[in-house]
Write a protein of this length. Sequence first.
Length: 352
Amino acid sequence: MKAHEIAEALGGEVDGNPELEITRAVQPDIADGDADLAVALSREFLAGLATTRAAAALVPAGVTDIEIAAGTVVRVPADRKTLPLLSSLLRRRPKVNDGVHPTAVLGENVSLGAKVRIGPLCVIGDNVTIGDETTIVSQATISDLAEIGPGSILFSGVRIGIGVKVGARAVIHPNAAIGADGFSFHPVDPGNVEAAKATGNVSDNKGRDSTLLKNESLGSVIIGDDVEIGAASAIDSGTLKPTRVGRGTKIDDLVMIGHNVQIGEDCILCAQVGIAGSTVIGDRVTLGGQAGIGDNLTIGDDSIIGATAAVGTPVPAGGIYHGTPAVPRKQAARELHNLRKLDRLLKKMETK
C-alpha cells in the first residue's frame, strides 16, 4: 500500500512522500527495508525512531518532539483500533490461485460460490457448500454435507467433519479439527465413577461388565460468523444436538472443546483451554490459558476464569475465578495469603 492510503484508512496525514510503497509494518528496531513502516504508537517505541532503518514511520498525531530517521512520517489518531486496523491493511494473505487446483478432489454436488480458491491436495466431500470468496489453502479436508460461509479462510491441514456448518468470515488455522466424534463412553454395568459419586469408593462389584459403550456423535458442530480458531484446536461433534461456537468468539491454539458444549458470543479462549462435554459458556467470557472447565456446568456471561484454573462448579455472571479448585478471586487471594503465612506461624510455634 502507499503511505497516503494507510493514512487515509487510519484517518491521519502524511509528512513526506505520500506515494511511498509500504509492504511491511514492524517495530522500529528491526526495520531494515525501503518498504518498511516503523510502528511507534506508544512511548515505549518512539525512542527507536531516531535510529530506525525504515523508510516510513507511523506515530500518534501530535507527536513532534522526537527525532525520526525515516523520511516519511504517517501521523494518525492513536487508539485501541489503530493497530488492529493497520495490521488488517498489511495482513499477509496466503497465495492461492483463483479456482480449483488440479490436484484437489471434489465430490458430487459441490456448490462453489464466486471467487472461491481451493489450493493443492484439498479433498472436498459430497454435497458441500462453500461460500463466495472463501480460500482453502492446501491439504484441507471438508467432509460430506459441510457448509463453509463466505469470506472464510481455511489454512493447511484443516479438517472439517460431516455436516459441520461454519459461518461467514471464519479463520481456521492449520491442523484444526472440527467435527470429530465426542468422547462419550459408559460401561454396560455401573462402574467406578458411579460408585465413587454415590459412596466415595470404587465399585466392589467384581463381576460387573466394564465393556465401554460408545454414544455416537450425531449432532455435528455449528460455528458462528467471524469466529477464529487456532492451530491444532479440536471441537467435537455433539451427541444429539450440535456443539456450538457463537459469533465473534476467538479460540487460541491447542484448545479442546468437548461434545454438546455451547459457547456464546465474543468469548476469548486462550491456549490449552479444555471444556468438558455439555457445558454452557455465556457471552463475553474469557478463559485464561490452560483453564479446565468440568462437564455439565454453566459459566455465566462476562465471567473471567484465570489461567490454569480448574473449574468444577458453576460460575455466576460476572464472576472472576482463580485457582485449583477455582474459587472467586478475593477468596483465592485470601487463601494464598494465608498459605504464605504458614511458614511464619510454624516457626513461631517451634520457638515456643
